[in-house]
Design a protein around this ligand. Structure first.
Ligand SMILES: Nc1ncnc2c1ncn2[C@@H]1O[C@H](COP(=O)(O)OP(=O)(O)O)[C@@H](O)[C@H]1O
Ligand SMILES: [Mg+2]
Length: 257
């Protein structure tokens, strides 16, 4: 059984617009792949399509993991196979406590695996995850992301990742809105799971900064729904100084709200 996520000629549309126009790459467990690109190039679309968001309609191509075409599976079945997405914009769910949400996802994620979900073990893992993410324990009694700051939402995604122990994690702009100390904490957690769990990573980012801490084996540049360039860590460093100008993209300074 191949523990490699294979994305083959993926074309995706939203409503009537084709956003991804044939994207291919492969991620083995233990490898770190960075997907970079300007705003609106289709990075989140790629993440959602792999995870199975119903709004993102796959019109061609395949995504294969463990010899299955996962496009035929529901999002929860994809998660049970070991695929995880940390959202760029985590949702707020009123009425659902973070502790309940994490326990339910954990129990489901591991229900048909060798690791039998058990509350004691979960508590221990959750506690470690909170400490590693630098999150206060009382946060778990709050409703999921409701009233959380941007940084707290991102840390919550990291806590989820730590307890769910994915085999392949997709991190969509996990660095946006984080100060440098938080970027370091997030990176330490990702690097730990790569090492401890042989986790494969698809790290989506607009900026190179986080790649100083999570060092990618491969870097792709996606523009207008297509991979237009590939390289290693050095490519990301070059883009840091010159932006996406070499691909004919001149970006305006982002307005900070
Ligand atoms: N839910 C949606 N409905 C309609 N258009 C969308 C939706 N989500 C994204 N788009 C469009 O798809 C394109 C790619 O968006 P996205 O994948 O979010 O880019 P990125 O993550 O690279 O910034 C953009 O032009 C965006 O406006
Ligand atoms: Mg995005």
């Amino acid at each position: 059984m191949s523990e490699k996520l294979i994305v083959k000629n993926l074309r995706v549309k939203i409503e009537e617009n084709e956003i991804l126009k044939g994207v291919s790459f492969e991620v083995k467990r233990g490898e770190i792949h960075a997907i970079m690109g300007p705003n609106g190039s289709g990075k989140s679309t790629l993440a959602y399509a792999i995870m199975g968001h119903p709004k993102y309609q796959v019109i061609e191509g395949e995504v294969i993991y463990k010899d299955k075409n996962i496009l035929e599976l529901s999002p929860d079945e994809r998660a049970k196979l070991g695929i995880f997405l940390a959202f760029q914009h985590p949702l707020e769910i009123d009425g659902v406590r973070l502790s309940t949400f994490l326990w339910q996802s954990y129990a489901k994620r591991f229900e048909n695996t060798d690791k039998k979900p058990n509350v004691m073990e979960f508590r221990k893992e959750l506690k470690n995850a909170l400490v590693s993410a630098g999150m206060k324990e009382e946060m778990i009694d709050r409703f999921l992301n409701v009233g959380f700051s941007g940084g707290e939402k991102k840390r919550t995604e990291i806590v989820q990742m730590s307890v769910l122990k994915p085999e392949i994690a997709i991190l969509d702009e996990i660095d946006s809105g984080l100060d440098i100390d938080a970027v370091k904490i997030v990176s330490e957690n990702v690097n730990r799971l790569v090492k401890e769990n042989n986790m494969g990573v698809i790290i989506i980012t607009h900026y190179q900064r986080i790649l100083n801490y999570i060092k990618p084996d491969y870097v792709y540049v996606i523009i207008d729904g297509k991979i237009v360039d590939k390289g290693d860590y050095k490519l990301a460093q070059e883009l840091e100084s010159e932006g996406y100008l070499r691909y004919g993209i001149e970006e305006k300074e982002e307005v900070k709200l």
